[in-house]
Design a protein. Sequence first.
Length: 246
Amino acid sequence: MAVPSTSITTSYDVRSFLDKRLRSTLSLASAHTSAMSAFRSSRIPLSLLHKPFFIPLKDPSILSLASQIKTHKTLSNKPKRPIVTAKSNGDDSADAGDRIISAVCYFYPFFDGIQYGKYVITQFSPIQTLIQPLVPAIRVFKSFPLNGFLVFLTLYFVVVRNPNFSRYVRFNTMQAIVLDVLLIFPDLLERSFNPRDGLGLDLMMSLDSTVFLYLLVCLIYGSSACLLGQVPRLPIVAEAADRQVL
């Protein structure tokens, strides 16, 4: 049986089309292979293709600016310690009444620890002359054993915890109270170790004299600063007083 001519023509066209597609694909693959070979044989390192390209900045002005920015960031990240300044309510300086009350409060720890000056007072006559005007007040303070405790309660609950008083008065009163509370430690040490002679007695005399002189300096500095309207910050006790006064 004879095959129609239309079928033969169609089969020939299909084969021609497939041959053209195959040759086109092979030519593209050959071109791609040639390009890759040329790329690999070039002098450009492949490592540069996987890393970003940076231009070094060697300008002194740019380096100085970068250093200033880094220093500023370092300083800004440091924690800042809050500074608390005691002042009277709404005023830049305390009035006369606040100054007097604050100055008188510093006599409380001095009167309560006057016994630590028994060695210094007997050896130095200028200190005897300085203490002589305070002897009547000291005798009244020491006349009753609970006077010190009663004064402590009065100052703490009537003055420190009373918002009607200015912060200036409450801060200085709290400093005097904290200073008096610290006297517990030398008192306990003196009761625990009571040497009669020798090196132990010399150490106890030195401790008592140091405590007394510290109380005397705090009295003079604290009272004088208050009378001048300034804020005395006693070593050891000022930070504790700041935390207690709201």
